[in-house]
Design a protein around this ligand. Structure first.
Ligand SMILES: NC(=O)c1ccc[n+]([C@@H]2O[C@H](COP(=O)([O-])OP(=O)(O)OC[C@H]3O[C@@H](n4cnc5c(N)ncnc54)[C@H](O)[C@@H]3O)[C@@H](O)[C@H]2O)c1
Length: 266
């Protein structure tokens, strides 16, 4: 008989990496609003929007640099000792870089791989022993992992492709413990990461390439993550949800150009 995943009881304890900004912060806020207790692992402190949730224990911040193995080990040991069990893990922390490969140092390459891929691996390794059957993990990959990065570089694309491969493999490996693992692939998502790397003009130009007509919001991605964590996704593992406004199906075609060319032939 294959293992049977138990139906989790809610509210649950959910660790979110990168919970201080962007997709991680939106996910943490959504999970807190739905009654879960969130433990955020980030090297940056959360902003004031979490003050009330911190005060009443629904949001806990643990300072942690995911590039440092010992810090990750200590963070999950602390989370497990304080909460007993961890029912969910969202790996959202990530960085991007923007180098041509001919200009890229191996240190720059290692930084992206260490945080995006190795950091994800470390968190899964440290969290899984504390996760009972019925728990779930969601890795925040990217459509870059299926195609290529629009704002980053080859290191970023490679890291996200590897996160998707890791997700498939670990979904199989953890199934015996009744732990599900899935990934979300956000398309262009307007977060501080993007505001740091793209000009206002470029941000507007990218919006024109999204078939659904706007940037993805961090909240759009958070909804998909919350679904994959929930009992509603009890038989979904090793899967990917693209939250990309149709970017992948458009295959790089400008939506505005596509429509304009056909309207011109009327
Ligand atoms: N914004 C997008 O367009 C987009 C698209 C696809 C995928 N993603 C992915 O979504 C995830 C979240 O990105 P975002 O856009 O919210 O970015 P963001 O910069 O707003 O947030 C990233 C968070 O990760 C944290 N972080 C980075 N390095 C860390 C480290 N070494 N240790 C601990 N915390 C660390 C940061 O402090 C920050 O709080 C990333 O994995 C990113 O690659 C983003």
């Amino acid at each position: 008989m294959p293992p049977v995943a138990e139906t989790p009881t809610e509210p649950r304890v959910i660790a979110v990496t990168g919970g201080s900004s962007g997709i991680g912060a939106a996910t943490a806020a959504l999970l807190v609003a739905r009654g879960h207790r969130v433990i955020s692992l980030d090297r940056a402190v959360p902003d004031a929007t979490f003050a009330a949730a911190i005060a009443d224990g629904r949001f806990q911040y643990i300072a942690c640099d995911l590039a440092r193995e010992e810090a990750v080990v200590q963070a999950f040991a602390r989370a497990a000792s304080e909460h007993g069990a961890i029912h969910g893990l969202v790996n959202s922390a990530g960085v991007e870089s923007r180098h041509l490969l001919t200009d890229m140092s191996s240190d720059a390459w290692d930084r992206v791989i260490d945080i995006n891929l190795r950091g994800t691996m470390l968190c899964v390794r440290e969290a899984a022993p504390h996760m009972p059957a019925g728990s779930a993990i969601v890795n925040v990959a990217s459509i870059a992992g299926k195609r290529m990065s629009y704002s980053g570089d080859a290191a970023y694309t490679a890291s996200k492709g590897a996160v998707l491969a890791f997700t498939r493999h670990m979904a199989f490996e953890l199934a015996g413990q009744g732990i599900r693992m899935n990934a979300v692939c956000p398309g262009p998502t307007l977060t501080p990461m993007i505001h740091r790397s793209l000009s206002a003009e470029r941000i507007e130009a990218v919006a024109q390439t999204v078939p659904l007509g706007r940037w993805v919001s961090a909240e759009d991605v958070a909804e998909a993550i919350a679904f994959l964590l929930s009992p509603a996704a009890a038989m979904i593992t090793g899967s990917t949800i693209d939250v990309d406004g149709g970017m992948l199906v458009s295959n790089g075609t400008s939506y505005r150009d596509y429509v304009a060319a056909r309207q011109a032939q009327r």
